[in-house]
Design a protein around this ligand. Structure first.
Ligand SMILES: Nc1nc2c(c(=O)[nH]1)N[C@H]1C(S)=C(S)[C@@H](COP(=O)(O)OP(=O)(O)OC[C@H]3O[C@@H](n4cnc5c(=O)[nH]c(N)nc54)[C@H](O)[C@@H]3O)O[C@H]1N2
Ligand SMILES: Nc1nc2c(c(=O)[nH]1)N[C@H]1C(S)=C(S)[C@@H](COP(=O)(O)OP(=O)(O)OC[C@H]3O[C@@H](n4cnc5c(=O)[nH]c(N)nc54)[C@H](O)[C@@H]3O)O[C@H]1N2
Ligand code: SF4
Ligand SMILES: [Mo]
Length: 680
């Protein structure tokens, strides 16, 4: 479909948020303004259903608080006092500071910091990458989300390939393992409901009985960070009771004999003592899993935001192989499916522009420590499509770092975020509906094109446009910096060598909106692991100093505080996005801390009390919800709430910046805290 940003009417769009569902949308536009967002009934997977968050997106994009023009800081860092400046002054200021920094300290004194506030491939990992490669800036390892689990899954399966979610309607058993599906992957719930109509049972394994746990046929509460032991316990029973598919193990796996021996140590009594899951339930779940086909596991992100998160996903991803489920339509697992839609990243990101291949790499989970301690120091930070002053762990260190007077910080965003308040220069960003980009889901198999529907809001600019401007001002004259958005999308879709995307061209995306990756055979049996098989035993892991077989190790010691603290996402925000929009705050109501009744009684806390939650790293205030939704010794909050002088809900002030066992991953859920009442 072709249209211009001058027209009013109803136009196709893609949800650009960091959410597996990547819905097809229809934008209603009147007098040049977005008035309504609904689901596109023609999207083959999302079929017109969308979440409440995005149904209320017009309120966010038309919010009078939205940034309209560039700003320069006039007050203290963090105070939020700014004055309007022109784009010309903004770019001149940035470029002259960077030029002099590069001359005195070299380009590695500059650090880009970004994540996926917008999932558009050329806006969040396209022109920006070209620019910082060319500059030779410090490189950012983008590890805050799913990297531990991604690496763990790859050791077993060789890549981000799993079940086609559309096939999961055929499953007879679905395990939602460490995923709050009702809030974070709502169309998997729709598919599960279809399966349920045909007799499927839904099991949820979680540390919190949230809306997903309440929706389950069987909710299994587990102690945080112990799921590897449960997976090994299930394997123990599967082998012991001969519920494994020997023919599959023989043909398609490496190390099943070693694994059979190895899991003898994880008998249900031992596993029960570690996980808090009763012995009988371990037997029952193992037998359900071993005897039901197709069985499907949706592996969530919750289990991998732990010290041992990589190994946990590695362990769980061995289960479908034991029962031969990869050959059954609707069986198997999904950790992430981005492998099917891998585009030509080299052409888009141009790593060849990086003159010095040894440029230092900084793990984004350590931002606070890096700003305060790393040598040679980071002297300029460029933040875009991310809000580290709210989302990054060890938040007080992050803010202390951002408050450094000698740190020259630029933030590009749609709002004056917690991070932007610390910036020297703030630049207004367009929304994804104002840009051209392409989107590849990491759950379903569809790729979608976004064409600009709205004209840029006031003086805002897209990420690609901003980096083109900066490149020109820096005097980077490579043709790569003159490519248009359309040029870049065309480059992404050519020369990628991905057989699943062979027929997908720019023209076909303009014509059809949604194109599906071609996946002929469900499980070809030839994986990208070193052996080409599913690696129950991984020599690569042994070579890198990991146990080659899935192995449980407890969480790191994190102070002598009584409660394990799990601060996850909530239903009505998308990470930090929407946490500053009145409508979404109203929908979410209050920032709760779920606590077990026995724990609460012991320390004299009642339902509805305002509590102080603290540890060595920091503190925050939440409102207690007492009940049986969490096990004793565990407290759970939900949502990255906006934070200011009158709202002390900054949960990341308490989270550790320890690095997980794999992939440089984050350990948001492996911290410990204490809790005390401050008001009733
Ligand atoms: N509404 C909404 N949707 C979102 C997001 C959002 O903020 N809001 N964020 C998006 C992003 S970026 C991501 S990465 C995904 C994340 O979405 P999910 O994959 O669902 O991951 P989380 O919500 O972090 O955690 C999932 C569940 O794991 C549980 N959990 C924590 N520790 C453990 C453990 O040790 N064992 C077990 N079994 N469970 C545990 C938590 O209680 C939580 O219910 O969602 C995306 N979608
Ligand atoms: N305690 C705790 N902390 C967590 C998590 C948790 O579960 N618990 N989850 C972690 C996870 S999984 C993730 S993925 C991270 C997410 O961390 P982030 O990616 O930083 O968070 P978002 O809120 O998704 O997006 C950040 C910003 O992007 C901006 N934005 C949107 N579109 C554009 C654009 O086109 N251009 C520019 N320049 N800006 C744009 C938005 O306005 C928003 O302010 O948070 C992590 N932090
Ligand atoms: S946030 Fe997720 S569920 Fe909501 S519209 Fe976007 S992709 Fe769909
Ligand atoms: Mo994430």
């Amino acid at each position: 479909m072709s249209f211009t940003t001058e027209e009013n009417g109803i136009f196709p769009a893609v949800c650009s948020l960091d959410c597996p569902d990547q819905c097809g949308l229809l934008l209603h536009k009147q007098d040049g303004k977005l008035v309504k967002v609904v689901g596109d009934p023609n999207h083959p997977v999302t079929k017109g259903n969308i979440c409440n968050k995005v149904r209320n997106m017009a309120a966010r994009l038309n919010d009078p608080k939205r940034l309209a023009y560039p700003l320069k800081r006039v007050g203290k860092k963090g105070s939020g006092e700014f004055v309007r400046i022109s784009w010309e002054e903004a770019i001149d200021t940035i470029v002259s500071r960077w030029r002099s920094l590069i001359a005195t300290d070299g380009p590695e004194a500059i650090l880009p910091y970004s994540f996926y506030g917008n999932m558009g491939r050329i806006n969040v990992e396209g022109m920006d990458r070209r620019f910082f490669h060319r500059m030779g800036a410090s490189q950012l390892d983008r590890t805050i989300c799913n990297s531990a689990g991604g690496v763990g899954y790859n050791y077993t399966m060789g890549g981000a390939f799993g079940t086609d979610p559309e096939d999961t309607v055929h499953a007879k058993l679905m395990i939602m393992w460490g995923i709050n599906t009702v809030s974070t992957n709502m169309h998997q719930v729709v598919l599960a409901e279809q399966a349920r109509k045909n007799g499927a049972k839904i099991v949820v394994i979680d540390v919190h009985k949230n809306q997903t746990g309440r929706w389950a046929d069987w909710f299994i509460p587990i102690l945080p960070g112990t799921d590897t032991a449960l997976a090994l316990g299930l394997m123990h029973v599967l082998f012991a009771e001969n519920l494994v598919d020997s023919a599959f193990l023989q043909s398609y796996t490496v190390g099943h004999e070693e694994l059979r021996e190895h899991v003898k140590a994880y008998d249900p009594a031992t596993v029960s003592a570690i996980t808090g899951v009763p012995v009988d339930d371990i037997y029952k779940l193992a037998r359900w899993y071993g005897e039901t086909s197709p069985s499907f596991i949706r592996i969530g992100n919750g289990i991998q935001h732990h010290d041992n998160g990589g190994m946990c996903v590695r362990a769980i991803s061995c289960l479908p192989a034991l029962t031969g489920q990869w050959l059954v339509r609707g069986g198997g697992a999904i950790k992430g499916n981005k492998g099917f839609l891998e585009h030509n990243k080299t052409a888009v990101q141009r790593p060849d522009l990086l003159a010095n291949k040894n440029t230092r790499v900084i793990n984004m989970n350590e931002l606070g420590k890096v700003l305060l301690e790393v040598q040679p120091p980071v002297k300029s930070l460029f933040v875009y499509t991310s809000n580290p002053a709210l989302v990054a762990p060890e938040g007080n260190k992050v803010r202390q770092g951002l408050a450094r007077e000698d740190l020259f910080t630029v933030v590009h965003d749609l709002f004056l975020t917690e991070t932007a308040k610390y910036a020297d220069i703030v630049l207004p960003a367009t929304s994804s509906y104002e840009n051209m980009d392409f989107y590849t889901s990491y759950w379903h198999h569809y790729i979608q094109l976004q064409q600009p529907v709205l004209a840029p809001y006031e003086e805002s600019k897209s990420n690609t446009e901003l980096f083109r401007l900066l490149a020109a001002a820096m005097g980077y004259d490579e043709p790569a910096f003159r490519d248009s958005d359309e040029d870049m999308i065309r480059q992404a879709l050519e020369g990628h060598g991905n057989p699943h995307m062979e027929d997908i061209t720019f023209e076909s995306l303009v014509e059809h909106n949604y194109r599906k990756a071609k996946v002929d055979s469900y499980f070809t049996g030839r994986l990208s692991t070193p052996s080409g098989k599913i690696e129950l035993y991984s020599q690569t892991m042994a070579d890198r100093g990991y146990p080659p077989l899935p192995t449980y190790s407890p969480l790191a010691k994190d102070g002598d505080y009584p409660y394990q603290f799990v601060p996850g996402p909530n239903h009505n925000f998308l990470n930090s996005t929407f946490s500053n929009n009145e409508k979404h705050i109203k929908m979410e109501k209050i920032p709760k801390l779920h606590m077990n009744r026995a724990d609460a009684q012991q320390v004299g806390i009642e339902d509805g009390d305002t509590v102080r939650v603290w540890n060595d790293r920091g503190e925050c205030e939440l409102i207690v919800s007492v009940g049986e939704n969490v096990l004793p010794g565990v407290v759970v909050s939900q949502g990255l709430w906006a934070d200011g002088p009158e709202s002390k809900h900054y949960v990341n002030a308490l989270t550790p910046d320890r690095i997980a066992d794999m992939g440089g991953g984050a350990t948001f859920f492996s911290g410990r805290v204490d809790v005390a009442r401050i008001a009733r």
